[in-house]
Design a protein around this ligand. Sequence first.
Ligand code: ZN
Length: 156
Amino acid sequence: MLVAGHIGFSWLIGKLINRYGLRGKWLTNRLWILLLGALFPDMIDKPLGLIIHNGRAICHTLLLFGLLLVFTVWWTIKNKRPTWTIFTFGWLMHLLLDRIWLSANTFFWPLYGPFAVYAHQWFFWRIILDPATYIPELIGSAIIVLMLIFRSKRAT
Ligand SMILES: [Zn+2]
């Protein structure tokens, strides 16, 4: 999944949890934190992937997510503010939407050895030709448009 998919689905899931799960307006003014968390793993690993030839690396591992989770629990208990919880939730959404369990070599790194190395892929052709890539991006884009429309209608 790429940018539009991660933003759209994470925004929708966060909104649904905010509306029907956790009460209060914990997400209302902190949406950018959720979206930052949802994009952060790719913001680090995609550029890194240009060097190691795998766009899913350290930020897609259970090891780093576990460390982040421990830090988040500690920080949240200490400060009683949801900032890192929302960021970590966005990161979790990213891993789930990437279906990271299908890349056990990456997710459980370093248990299975180094990150896999992939041959150069025609990234933009993959976006256009691979339905597993472009369909989630189209749906994510539609969600973003709908969320922006609902948001602007509520503001007026
Ligand atoms: Zn990713």
